[in-house]
Design a protein around this ligand. Structure first.
Ligand code: ADP
Length: 387
């Protein structure tokens, strides 16, 4: 009660506006402290640097992330010196360079990852995101604020994942590559057997030999397809402005025989320029058109239509057919490797075509999916960056 009285007496001399201002300042102080608490609760560190006055502050958690001895950092020089002393020598130049560009150029945000020495003598990854809080008339940053994140676990997990992916890929490549040679001789000798001894053993033997030849051929196709998946990475070329009309025209020429034999029509209007690896884009269209022919409806010849439209920074392609269609529950599964909805007797194939399409499209930063009505047809849609 007494406290309230004092406060009341205290402000009697103030004008209404001054009182408002005082309350606002209090609120601001309060919310800044609250903000600090919220930031620390996320596990992030916080720093603020006033370049004009050469002053800096860093939060307790920020000092901890950088491995500073004490969170008390009265001057900017001390912060800089301490940070430099703890930073990995290979990262130092990059961090300083990116920091200077940020201060001088008109970007609103600067992100940099670097390693700092950890207590056990190893290195820990840190991410610093700076934002310009204030610029002077010349556009130079005079005040900046930023966050520090401990990203060590994420970086190490990423590196481990990358390593195991590379290993797996090398393994798949080596295995399929090395299998090719013995398989080739197996297939050619069984073909020789088939040619020379047909009708000279008995009918069972003829049948068995035919099975061996057929199995060997299928295995060869499987291995070739596996290598095709590996090659999406190993033979990847940089993305360049690519004329998709020309790519589709090339594919149409290359597939002329199978299109003609199926009595198929292929319609593609003027398609836009995209940023792509042309050989891989060709592969995408080849696999999709090949499937449109293969999975055609028994009652009508395949009619394939290719269209494209711009959606934001991407071009969205649609390859539409009037084939057998795909049940909704399989719309995601069909993009998995070796996933097939049919047996060999129904349709030839290894279940790799759409997995390759997915891999290529993802390498281009795009997405692929299917829309389909069973019995009526399917439309495969994929996006690529516009050129
Ligand atoms: P494959 O054709 O060798 O089986 P894909 O990866 O190209 O392998 O296709 C996977 C499966 O998706 C196919 O087995 C088929 O069931 C289905 N599929 C692909 N394209 C079409 C299509 N245009 N129409 C109907 N089904 C399709």
């Amino acid at each position: 009660m007494a406290g309230a009285l004092v406060l009341w007496q205290d402000v009697t001399g103030c004008t209404q506006a001054e009182r408002e201002l005082a309350r606002y300042a209090d609120d601001l102080r309060g919310s800044r402290e609250q903000l600090g608490d919220v930031i620390e609760a996320t596990g992030a560190g916080f720093y603020q640097i006033a370049l004009e006055r050469m002053e800096g502050t860093i939060s307790r958690r920020g000092a901890e992330i950088l491995g500073f001895a004490t969170p008390e950092m009265p001057s900017l020089f001390e912060i800089m010196a301490e940070a430099q002393a703890r930073m990995h020598p290979d990262d130092l130049q990059g961090v300083l360079g990116s920091f200077m560009t940020f201060v001088e150029a008109e970007t609103e945000r600067n992100e940099v990852e670097f390693r700092v020495r950890s207590l056990d003598g190893g290195w820990r990854w840190v991410l610093a995101i700076s934002t310009s809080a204030k610029r002077n008339a010349a556009g130079r940053v005079v005040m900046l604020a930023g966050f520090l994140f401990d990203i060590d676990e994420r970086k190490k997990a990423e590196a481990a994942l990358r390593r195991s992916n590379e290993e797996l890929q090398r393994f798949a490549y080596m295995a399929s590559h090395d299998l090719q040679e013995p398989l080739r001789s197996l297939v050619s000798f069984s073909q020789l057997l088939e040619r020379r001894y047909r009708g000279r053993l008995d009918s069972d033997a003829d049948e068995y030999i035919a099975f061996i030849v057929e199995g060997g051929n299928r295995m060869q196709r499987l291995i070739e397809d596996l290598l095709r998946v590996s090659r999406v990475e190993t033979t990847a070329k940089p993305l360049e402005p690519t004329n998709s009309t020309a790519v589709v025209a090339d594919v149409e020429r290359a597939m002329e025989t199978s299109l003609r034999e199926a009595g198929a029509t292929l319609e593609a209007g003027d398609l836009p320029m995209v940023r792509a690896d042309a050989a891989q884009l060709e592969q995408v269209f080849m696999n999709l058109i090949g499937n449109a022919i293969k999975y055609r409806h028994p009652d009508r010849p395949p009619a394939i239509r290719i269209a494209a439209r711009r959606v934001g920074p991407m071009v969205q392609f649609a390859v539409q057919d009037n084939g057998i269609g795909i049940e909704p529950e399989y719309h995601d599964l069909i993009f998995e490797m070796f996933r097939r909805l049919h047996t060999h007797d129904e349709y030839e194939g290894t279940g790799i075509g759409l997995a390759v399409v997915l891999k290529i499209v993802e390498r281009h930063g795009g997405k692929v999916w299917v829309e389909s009505t069973p019995g009526e047809g399917s439309t495969f849609i994929f996006t690529l960056p516009a050129a």
